[in-house]
Design a protein around this ligand. Structure first.
Ligand code: XCC
Ligand code: SF4
Length: 637
């Protein structure tokens, strides 16, 4: 009877995801009696009070629950109002998101220092031109200096991103002067990330900061310490160490798995371990080992953000986004899934067990009960990668499961770094401004949108991303993408120049002239900072106002789920961008805090938040904002 009930409730796989490969694997998982996140997400009934952030558990006089339908009727035991409670909850979310990216960035900085000190021998400084450019942009004199000397000075300067206790975070120098003036005037200029995150946590302790407007200042500072801090350090130093991406053809979707190869998936966020794996799989010793077990070779593919990063840099195939990480194991073809940090579902352990796949954690900061831990150390990468390869090859040799790989595969062009976008659309000056700005001013391109972020089993995987992006380009809005969103559109076949006819006439003309897709993939989530740098470059190129807030641009994370997404959303808002989130939002509409986020911030010169779940509605809101900015700039002819 229970079984009958749950079967009746089962939603069709087509309603859970629009990714056909994932549908096929979800069907197989149901048949095999294995529960995936896509079904757990449907069955979970989220707490309606928590969903709107109307509860507080910051002390044990509570937890206190307020009524989202009548938010001002009650206060917490300590007297905290709904605005205080929502602001504190949001602040802690942003602190966690900012901490994640800063931890990632600091780890990349340590690797960079290891190379400079000579302790790390397996990695090197790949892009010395970018090293010089970044150093110069921070005011470091590079004239007549050796590469390592410049690198050391840059490393010392960027260390301040994390350790400063006063002054201004180094990369904030890259923002337009008017934007920085606003941050200074309001006292939200980030100092050091560790300080900002610590202060965010301390101010949200019971009985501390209980003024939502004052809390918003620290929330803003903590978010800016992500975008112009740890995330930007991660992107820029990764480019310097592993190479700056330029357009690369890469295959996406589960069809990149090969039945007759040893399949190894890397999924997570930091590039070092993946780079180490890439070097190791080309070792002839292991290729011979694999052949001895009857395999044709070793097939290394990525997923989620580290996958997006490796695809951008090296054209490594990408097997799918966040919503497909459990599903892909159902193929039975994954010999090892190797993970590091962030967005790694604990549920993977159970699914991996069912399909006899090795789930291997590699980072001391992220172990999973039931997974095998093989620690990655930059000083001796081969120790870890060789052990992983041996395990994966052995598993290939004893494969006993029937294998079913969805035959879905889609080629696309990835790897549009901000440098490349500038070169492609701004390198040669024509008329008074850069060609990108010219095309915005003359109206061929109506505006620029960043569509980014996760997938969330609360909504049909990929569907909001794809419908939204199609609607935006149809209206001549150039779309920049990162993370799991980029993978959704890649699977849908939009990251190719041949997708230009799907764009409106103006954007299509620009795409055809330049030979670029209407949707540009920039990489992983930390690479959202490429959008900040591109936006700053647009301001500097002239003709579109003085600050990022003046630009006809908008952002969206239509299927967001993580705290990192909230931190990213807020650093875009704090940098001047109108940012719309789908799925839902942890505030109550009829409150002062919500009004501050969705209206008040814009009046103070920042961007603002927006929320809608329907993709066409989201597009309409973003385009209306772009049109409003065009009008303010006097280019709305
Ligand atoms: Fe995670 Fe970065 Fe979200 Fe994807 S988009 S689900 S945060 S992997 Ni970054
Ligand atoms: Fe309740 Fe205040 Fe304690 Fe929060 S801090 S749990 S609102 S008493």
């Amino acid at each position: 009877m229970g079984k009958e009930n749950s079967e009746k409730k089962m939603v069709s796989v087509e309603d859970r995801t629009m990714c056909e490969a994932t549908q096929q694997m979800l069907t197989k998982a149901r048949r095999d009696g294995v529960k995936l996140d896509l079904d757990r997400g449907y069955e979970m009934k989220p707490c309606p009070i928590g969903a709107e952030s109307a509860c507080c558990k910051h002390c044990y006089m509570g937890p206190c629950r307020l009524n989202p339908r009548d938010p001002y009727k009650k206060v917490g035991v300590c007297g905290a109002t709904i605005d205080t409670i929502m602001a504190r909850n949001f602040g802690r979310n942003v602190a966690a998101g900012s901490a994640s990216h800063n931890d990632h960035g600091r780890h990349i900085l340590e690797l960079f220092r290891g190379i400079i000190d000579g302790k790390v021998k397996d990695f090197t400084i790949e892009d010395t031109l970018k090293l010089e450019r970044v150093a110069k942009s921070l005011g470091i004199d590079v004239e007549g200096k050796e590469v390592l000397e410049v690198a050391k000075e840059l490393c010392d300067e960027l260390e301040k991103t994390f350790s400063n206790v006063d002054g201004e975070m180094p990369f904030t120098k890259l923002a337009p002067e008017a934007t920085r003036e606003l941050w200074r005037k309001d006292g939200v200029m980030p100092r050091g990330a560790m300080l900002e995150i610590m202060e965010m946590m301390s101010r949200t302790h019971i009985g501390c900061d209980q003024d939502y407007d004052n809390l918003m200042k620290q929330i803003t500072r903590t978010a800016l310490a992500d975008g112009w801090g740890g995330s930007m350090v991660a992107t820029e130093l990764s480019d310097i160490m592993f190479g700056t991406p330029s357009p690369t053809l890469a295959d996406v979707n589960m069809g990149v798995l090969k039945e007759d190869h040893v399949n190894i998936i890397v999924h997570g966020h930091e590039p070092a371990m993946f780079e180490g794996m890439l070097a190791a799989v080309n070792d002839s010793f292991f290729i011979e080992e694999a052949k001895a077990k009857g395999a044709k070779g070793i097939n290394l593919v990525g997923m989620c953000c580290s996958g997006a990063e490796m695809m951008s840099r090296h054209g490594v195939p990408h097997a799918g986004n966040f919503g497909s990480t459990e599903a892909i194991i159902v193929t039975g073809a994954v010999d090892a899934m190797v993970v590091d940090i962030q967005c790694i579902k604990q549920g993977l352990a159970e699914v991996a067990k069912c399909y006899d796949t090795h789930l291997i954690t590699t980072n001391p900061r992220a172990k999973i009960e039931g997974a095998t831990h093989v620690e990655f150390d930059e000083i001796d990468p081969r120790k870890c990668t060789d052990e992983i390869l041996s395990k994966a090859i052995a598993r290939y040799g004893t494969r006993s499961m029937p294998i079913e790989i969805p035959k879905k595969i889609q080629a696309g062009v990835h790897g549009f770094s901000h440098e490349y976008i500038e070169y492609m659309l701004g390198g040669t000056f024509r008329g008074s401004y850069s060609p990108l700005n010219d095309n915005i001013i003359n109206g061929r391109i109506r505006g620029v949108a960043g569509v980014v972020g996760c997938t969330n089993p609360k909504v049909k995987q990929d569907s909001v991303h794809v419908a939204l992006v199609k609607e935006l380009i149809r209206n001549d809005v150039l779309v920049l993408q990162t993370g799991c969103s980029q993978i959704a559109l890649a699977k849908a076949g939009l990251l190719v120049p041949e997708a230009a006819p799907l764009a409106g006439p103006g954007l299509a003309e620009v795409c055809e002239t330049v030979g670029m897709p209407p949707v540009l993939g920039l990489g992983s989530c930390v690479d959202n900072t490429r959008i900040l740098i591109a936006a700053s470059a647009m301001v500097k190129a002239g003709g579109l106002g003085n600050s990022i807030a003046d630009l006809p641009v908008a952002g969206c994370a239509p299927e967001w789920m993580s705290e990192k997404a909230l931190a990213i959303g807020h650093y875009f808002v704090a940098s001047g961008v109108y940012t719309v989130f789908g799925v839902g939002f942890p505030t109550i509409k009829e409150t002062k805090f919500h009004d501050l986020m969705f209206n008040g911030l814009e009046k103070k010169g920042y961007g603002k938040w927006g929320m809608a779940s329907d993709p066409i509605e989201i597009a309409r809101m973003m385009i209306a904002h772009i049109d409003k900015k065009r009008k303010q700039l006097g280019i709305d002819k």
